[in-house]
Design a protein around this ligand. Structure first.
Ligand code: HEC
Length: 127
């Protein structure tokens, strides 16, 4: 009998608990932060394939470099090997327009902020 009574209480209590939680105003979750596009230069250097030709260190030793035949490939670490200029602006221009007639294609589909970020990333490789 005792057990039954406590069982009944338990059931009643759980009903009560249910009711009270129903009446509680639901906790409002904070809204998700607004989406922003922050160019992450290193990721873009990899995702756009730059790394495969120019190499992780920018020294022109990437996984595809040997497939480029006799192409000249700059060493981003050594300013004297840039033909089109080693300033951030010049690098950005090379990325945007590419080098016609070479394996260096135009990355005109990239946003200016992205190109600038990658250009800065390349500039940081310079010694
Ligand atoms: C398929 C291989 C390949 C890929 C992919 C590639 N490049 Fe190049 N890149 C080259 C070659 C080859 C040259 C040299 C072109 C020439 O003969 O003038 C070059 C030249 C450049 C130059 C000009 C350097 C100079 O001499 O002034 C810059 C800057 C550059 N690449 C950046 C990039 C960036 C950034 C990416 C990715 C968004 C990229 N490249 C993707 C092969 C590649």
């Amino acid at each position: 009998m005792k057990i039954r009574l406590s069982l009944l209480c338990l059931i009643l209590l759980s009903f009560l608990a249910d009711c009270s939680s129903e009446n509680e105003t639901p906790k409002k979750e904070p809204p998700p932060p607004p989406a922003v596009t922050v160019p992450f230069p290193e990721a873009m250097y990899v995702q756009n394939g730059c790394v495969s030709c120019h190499g992780t260190l920018g020294n022109g030793r990437g996984t595809r470099t040997q497939l480029l035949g006799n192409s000249r490939i700059p060493n981003f670490q050594d300013k004297s090997t840039y033909i089109y200029g080693s300033s951030k602006e010049a690098i950005a221009k090379s990325i945007k327009n590419g080098v016609p007639g070479t394996y260096m294609k135009a990355y005109s589909h990239m946003r200016k902020t992205e190109i600038d970020a990658v250009a800065e990333y390349i500039q940081k490789m310079q010694k």
